[in-house]
Design a protein around this ligand. Structure first.
Ligand SMILES: C[S@@+](CC[C@H](N)C(=O)[O-])C[C@H]1O[C@@H](n2cnc3c(N)ncnc32)[C@H](O)[C@@H]1O
Length: 133
């Protein structure tokens, strides 16, 4: 399976690259999300992410849901423009600069992309992420 230039055949290379090239803040973000998710286990409600971009953290929420609860425990809902980063007409210059740097570093988000991830064999569920229409 290929998604946006990444191949599932090269998953271990992608993992190695993440650890080789990521600053500690990337792991810190994962640990912070893990700690946050642990605090909602057993509580009612859903997870809503405002700003999905390429779905890294959205997939992480779904993964943590499976690890700490189960695939059906709650919904994980993502909102995004799924295109160019929206910039309000009265945005401050520093915000416009941020968006320019953000898009230069990572290109635009997944407009029209349908994400699909099959669970590992040990887990019987499959989930599909797709932008709202
Ligand atoms: C920093 S990225 C999100 C990163 C993601 N949460 C992660 O950790 O992998 C911010 C996202 O929010 C989206 N966004 C920002 N303002 C928005 C708005 N007003 N309406 C819809 N999407 C917006 C951008 O297009 C971008 O994809």
């Amino acid at each position: 399976m290929d998604i946006r230039g990444l191949s599932s055949d090269a998953v271990w290379d992608h993992e190695n690259a993440f650890y080789w090239f990521s600053p500690p803040s990337r792991i810190a973000k994962q640990l912070a999300h893990w700690e946050l998710y642990k605090r909602i286990v057993g509580l009612p409600g859903h997870v809503v992410e405002l700003g999905v971009y390429k779905a890294a953290s959205l997939i992480r929420w779904c993964t943590f849901r499976e690890m700490l609860e189960n695939a059906h425990a709650r919904k994980v809902i993502g909102f995004d423009a799924f295109g160019a980063f929206p910039v309000a007409g009265d945005a401050r210059p520093e915000d416009v600069d941020f968006v320019k740097r953000f898009e230069a570093a990572g290109a635009t988000a997944c407009r029209g992309t349908k994400w699909r991830r099959s669970s590992p064999p040990s887990v019987s569920t499959t989930w599909t992420l797709r932008p709202a229409t």
